[in-house]
Design a protein around this ligand. Structure first.
Ligand code: PHE
Length: 338
C-alpha cells in the first residue's frame, strides 16, 4: 500500500535504490501503473474517484522519490566537502634544508683550530706512490709496518691508496725547498683494509707537520694539548703514551678521556676510560733528509689525527660505520653538535 511504499522510499540509501523503487511503483510495470490499467474496467464514476486517488498516490510517490533523491545528493555533497576540507591552521610543510655531513663539519672545525694555531692547509693525492706512502717515510718494503697498515693496491704497479696522510709530510718539505718554518696541516681521505665498529676502510686523517730550528717534544705536547682542548673542550683529559712509528723517533700516541662512559668503561674505550685520537712524534732524521732538510740543522714534529676518532669522542658514538651509511634520519641528529 501507499504507506509502505512511502516508507521504503524514505529508507532508500542510494540513487540505485531510488531508481529501483521508481520502477517498482511508477514504472511501466509498476504498482500504480498496473492499478491504473485496471481503471478501464470500472464504471465512469468509480473510474473518476479511483483515478483521482491513484493520481494522488502517484504524485506522492514521485514527490517522495524526488525528495529522497535530493536528500541523498545533499548528503553526498556534504561528505565530499568534509573530506576535502583544508585545515588552514596546520603549520606548512617546510622544505628540507641541506646540511653538511657531521664529519665534514668535524674536519672544518679541526682545520679552523689548526689555522688559528698558525698552520696552513696542504693537500696530497689519495692515489699515492709507494715511495711517498712508505719508502720516503722510512718504511722499506718487507718492513712489518707495511703489514701493520693493510693497504689497498691499485692496478698500476707502484701505486697504493694512501694508508695515511703522512706522505704529505714529504711532499710539503719538497715543495718548501728548504724554507723555514714549515707549519702545515693536511686533511684528507685515507684507506685501510679494516672494517668494524671503530674502523671503516675509507676514513679521514689530518696530518700536522712543523719543521724549524730547535723544535722539541715539548712543542709537540704543548701544541697538541691546546689543539685537543680547543676541539673537544677545555675540561678534556689528555695523556701521551710512548709508541712506535718508523717515521718518528721518539713516537707518542695521544689519548683523550672517553666521553661515552665518562671513564666508566664502555665499547668505545674498551673499559679503559681513554680513547686514542692521534699518533705523533719527532720527525725521524731520515724523513727530514728525504724531504730535503738537514737533520743537523732543523728538527720537527708530526702528528696524524683520525677525524672519525675525534667525532666519535665528541658525539659519544660507539659505531663509526653509521656515519658512512648516509641515513639522513641518523645524520640529522648531529645537526647541532660539532
Ligand atoms: N701516520 C700515522 C698513522 O696513520 C700517524 C702518525 C703521523 C704518526 C705522523 C706519527 C707522525 O697512524
Amino acid at each position: 500500500d501507499l504507506d509502505s511504499a512511502l516508507s521504503s522510499i524514505q529508507q532508500a540509501g542510494s540513487k540505485a535504490e531510488i531508481l529501483e523503487l521508481r520502477g517498482r511503483f511508477v514504472g511501466k510495470k509498476g504498482w500504480i501503473t498496473q492499478e491504473m490499467k485496471g481503471l478501464g474496467a470500472l464504471s465512469p464514476d468509480d473510474r473518476r474517484t479511483r483515478g483521482a486517488v491513484l493520481n494522488g498516490w502517484r504524485e506522492q510517490v514521485l514527490n517522495a522519490l524526488a525528495a529522497r533523491e535530493q536528500w541523498l545528493e545533499e548528503q553526498e555533497e556534504a561528505r565530499q566537502l568534509r573530506s576535502e576540507r583544508m585545515d588552514l591552521s596546520l603549520p606548512g610543510r617546510l622544505p628540507t634544508v641541506g646540511l653538511l655531513h657531521p664529519l665534514t663539519r668535524m674536519r672544518r672545525r679541526i682545520e679552523d683550530v689548526l689555522m688559528r694555531l698558525g698552520f696552513s692547509l696542504a693537500y696530497g693525492p689519495q692515489v699515492e706512490s709507494e715511495w711517498y706512502n712508505f719508502e720516503a717515510l722510512n718504511i722499506p718494503s718487507g718492513h712489518p709496518a707495511r703489514e701493520m697498515q693493510d693497504s689497498f693496491f691499485v692496478d698500476v704497479p707502484g701505486l697504493v691508496l694512501r694508508t695515511h696522510t703522512s706522505p704529505v709530510q714529504i711532499r710539503t718539505m719538497q715543495a718548501y725547498e728548504g724554507r723555514l718554518p714549515i707549519r702545515v696541516a693536511a686533511p684528507g681521505f685515507t684507506y685501510r683494509r679494516d672494517d668494524d665498529a671503530t674502523h671503516v676502510p675509507m676514513f679521514q686523517q689530518v696530518e700536522g707537520l712543523v719543521v724549524d730550528r730547535g723544535i722539541s717534544l715539548a712543542d709537540l705536547t704543548g701544541t697538541l694539548t691546546v689543539m685537543v682542548r680547543e676541539l673537544v673542550g677545555q675540561e678534556v683529559g689528555t695523556r701521551f703514551r710512548p709508541s712506535y712509528f718508523p717515521f718518528t723517533e721518539p713516537s707518542v700516541e695521544m689519548d683523550v678521556t672517553c666521553a661515552s662512559c665518562g671513564g666508566g668503561g664502555c665499547r668505545v674505550c674498551k673499559g679503559t676510560g681513554w680513547v686514542e685520537i692521534l699518533g705523533s712524534g719527532i720527525v725521524h732524521p731520515t724523513v727530514l733528509k728525504n724531504g730535503g732538510y738537514d737533520p743537523d740543522q732543523v728538527s720537527g714534529f708530526a702528528f696524524g689525527m683520525g677525524i672519525e676518532r675525534v667525532a666519535m669522542r665528541l658525539f659519544g658514538l660507539d659505531d663509526l660505520r653509521l656515519l658512512y651509511q648516509n641515513d639522513l634520519r641518523y645524520l640529522e641528529r648531529f645537526q647541532s653538535g660539532g
